[in-house]
Design a protein around this ligand. Structure first.
Ligand SMILES: [Zn+2]
Length: 89
Protein backbone atom coordinates (compact mmCIF):
# COMPACT_ATOMS: atom_id res chain seq x y z
CA UNK A 1 0.00 0.00 0.00
CA UNK A 2 3.02 2.27 -0.02
CA UNK A 3 3.14 2.72 -3.79
CA UNK A 4 -0.15 4.59 -4.12
CA UNK A 5 1.29 7.53 -6.03
CA UNK A 6 2.79 5.41 -8.78
CA UNK A 7 -0.46 4.44 -10.38
CA UNK A 8 -4.06 5.54 -10.42
CA UNK A 9 -5.73 3.82 -7.47
CA UNK A 10 -9.08 3.50 -9.21
CA UNK A 11 -7.45 1.76 -12.16
CA UNK A 12 -5.65 -0.60 -9.80
CA UNK A 13 -8.92 -1.39 -8.07
CA UNK A 14 -10.53 -2.22 -11.39
CA UNK A 15 -7.60 -4.44 -12.33
CA UNK A 16 -7.65 -6.18 -8.94
CA UNK A 17 -11.39 -6.73 -9.16
CA UNK A 18 -11.10 -8.26 -12.62
CA UNK A 19 -8.19 -10.49 -11.64
CA UNK A 20 -10.24 -11.74 -8.69
CA UNK A 21 -13.24 -12.42 -10.94
CA UNK A 22 -11.25 -14.43 -13.47
CA UNK A 23 -9.60 -16.18 -10.49
CA UNK A 24 -6.07 -15.31 -11.56
CA UNK A 25 -5.62 -14.13 -7.99
CA UNK A 26 -7.51 -14.68 -4.78
CA UNK A 27 -7.63 -13.10 -1.37
CA UNK A 28 -6.18 -15.08 1.53
CA UNK A 29 -9.24 -16.42 3.40
CA UNK A 30 -7.70 -15.33 6.70
CA UNK A 31 -5.74 -12.20 5.73
CA UNK A 32 -7.93 -10.20 3.40
CA UNK A 33 -5.25 -7.69 2.44
CA UNK A 34 -3.05 -10.45 1.01
CA UNK A 35 -3.48 -11.36 -2.67
CA UNK A 36 -2.38 -14.81 -3.79
CA UNK A 37 -1.26 -15.64 -7.31
CA UNK A 38 -3.22 -18.55 -8.79
CA UNK A 39 -0.65 -19.35 -11.51
CA UNK A 40 -2.20 -18.41 -14.82
CA UNK A 41 0.20 -17.99 -17.68
CA UNK A 42 0.70 -14.30 -18.41
CA UNK A 43 -0.85 -14.50 -21.89
CA UNK A 44 -3.92 -16.31 -20.67
CA UNK A 45 -4.25 -13.94 -17.76
CA UNK A 46 -4.17 -10.89 -20.06
CA UNK A 47 -6.56 -12.51 -22.53
CA UNK A 48 -9.13 -13.36 -19.87
CA UNK A 49 -8.75 -10.06 -18.05
CA UNK A 50 -9.10 -8.04 -21.25
CA UNK A 51 -12.19 -10.00 -22.30
CA UNK A 52 -13.85 -9.34 -18.96
CA UNK A 53 -12.80 -5.69 -18.95
CA UNK A 54 -14.45 -5.29 -22.36
CA UNK A 55 -17.54 -7.12 -21.20
CA UNK A 56 -17.93 -5.12 -17.99
CA UNK A 57 -17.15 -1.67 -19.36
CA UNK A 58 -18.23 -2.09 -22.97
CA UNK A 59 -17.94 1.00 -25.10
CA UNK A 60 -17.22 3.23 -22.11
CA UNK A 61 -13.79 2.00 -21.16
CA UNK A 62 -12.61 4.17 -18.28
CA UNK A 63 -8.96 3.48 -19.18
CA UNK A 64 -7.18 2.33 -22.33
CA UNK A 65 -6.27 -1.32 -22.76
CA UNK A 66 -2.64 -0.32 -22.50
CA UNK A 67 -3.22 1.36 -19.13
CA UNK A 68 -5.31 -1.61 -18.03
CA UNK A 69 -2.53 -4.05 -18.94
CA UNK A 70 -0.04 -1.97 -17.00
CA UNK A 71 -2.36 -2.12 -14.01
CA UNK A 72 -2.74 -5.90 -14.34
CA UNK A 73 1.03 -6.19 -14.36
CA UNK A 74 1.37 -3.88 -11.38
CA UNK A 75 -1.24 -5.73 -9.34
CA UNK A 76 0.26 -9.12 -10.28
CA UNK A 77 3.67 -7.96 -9.13
CA UNK A 78 2.23 -7.29 -5.67
CA UNK A 79 0.74 -10.76 -5.18
CA UNK A 80 2.25 -13.61 -3.21
CA UNK A 81 2.74 -17.27 -4.15
CA UNK A 82 1.68 -18.12 -0.63
CA UNK A 83 0.49 -16.02 2.27
CA UNK A 84 3.50 -14.87 4.33
CA UNK A 85 1.40 -15.10 7.49
CA UNK A 86 -0.36 -18.45 7.18
CA UNK A 87 1.05 -20.25 4.12
CA UNK A 88 -2.27 -20.33 2.22
CA UNK A 89 -1.62 -20.75 -1.52
ZN1 LIG B 1 -3.06 -15.74 5.29
Amino acid sequence: MSRTNEMNEELKEIATDILLKIEAIKTCPIHDDILLDQYFGEDECYARATALYKKEYGSHLPYSFEAFHDAIKEVSSETYDECPDCGEE
